[in-house]
Design a protein around this ligand. Structure first.
Ligand SMILES: Nc1ncnc2c1ncn2[C@@H]1O[C@H](COP(=O)(O)OP(=O)(O)OP(=O)(O)O)[C@@H](O)[C@H]1O
Length: 255
């Protein structure tokens, strides 16, 4: 029997009688990276907020089983402006050794030396790195991410993709990433699930070969399928594999 990090059964959420999640069953394995796609209004954020237990305004039913340690990141970094970067990372993390862990999390996201900076001194990409460090320092078994790169420029987004993939390989939490971006889903996730009208409409393994023509063909196949499922016209690939993400060493610097 496989043990799930996330187990959702019969999840229903309604807002003033409007059904937004209409019976979701979802399992995520420990360490599995799942991207959640779906048209605008299909219920992606509602599902993530239900998992994060921050959906107080919704009515609902169903079962949710989650690991104890979970972290959430959003499109905006949500840093407290009156706290320095390291204190933002450590917010709510007790213990004297926490400062060491906080520093090392900041180094991991490429912000070594910026511990005493104020949030307003950082770029949007750097602030999102702090949010990632704050999530990681809790050593989560589950990372919930709601469009965390949606507000970043294209180059920063590519760098953040490489960073998130690397961090998820190293720390190995289960990840549920809400995104609009089909290419982001394909390149980051092990599995893609799609919501349509509050129901799970697709559940696809990504299974990318490590390199070569087979990899490119699988990406093209998934892109075409996901565009069809989402009912959108396929745009020319703007995220070619040739746009190789920077080497990990290059990510050691802040953008
Ligand atoms: N607090 C709320 N009160 C009333 N309706 C809500 C609330 N939050 C979400 N909804 C409704 O639930 C539906 C799903 O919203 P949700 O934000 O989950 O969609 P989404 O798939 O994340 O969309 P997007 O991709 O545009 O962010 C929408 O029709 C929205 O209007």
């Amino acid at each position: 029997m496989t043990i799930s990090a996330v187990q959702v059964r019969g999840l229903v959420r309604t807002f003033t009688l409007k059904g937004v999640l209409n019976g979701i069953d979802l399992d995520i394995a420990p360490g599995e990276f799942v991207a959640l796609l779906g048209r605008s209004g299909s219920g992606k954020s509602t599902l993530l907020r239900a998992l994060a237990e921050i959906d107080h305004e919704a009515e609902g039913s169903g079962e949710i089983r989650l690991p104890e340690r979970l972290s959430v990141i959003f499109q905006d970094a949500r840093l407290l402006p009156w706290m320095r970067v390291l204190d933002n990372v450590l917010l709510g993390v007790p213990g004297r050794e926490a400062r060491v862990r906080g520093r090392s999390a900041l180094a991991e996201v490429g912000l070594a030396g910026r511990e005493r900076a104020w949030p307003h001194e950082l770029s949007g990409g750097e602030q999102q790195r702090v949010a990632l460090a704050r999530a990681l320092v809790r050593e989560p078994k589950l990372l919930l991410a709601d469009e965390p790169f949606g507000a970043l420029d294209a180059l920063t987004r590519i760098q953040m993709h490489a960073l998130l993939r690397r961090l998820s390989d190293v720390h190995d939490p289960a990840v549920l990433l809400v995104t609009h971006d089909i290419d982001e889903a394909i390149l980051l996730a092990d599995r893609i699930v799609m919501l349509d009208d509050g129901r799970l409409a697709a559940d696809l393994p990504v299974d990318l070969p490590a390199s070569g023509i087979a990899r490119r063909e699988r990406i093209a196949e998934l892109r075409a399928l996901l565009h069809r499922l989402l009912g959108v016209e396929e745009a020319p690939a703007d995220y070619h594999e040739d746009t190789t993400p920077p080497e990990p060493a290059a990510l050691g610097r802040a953008i």
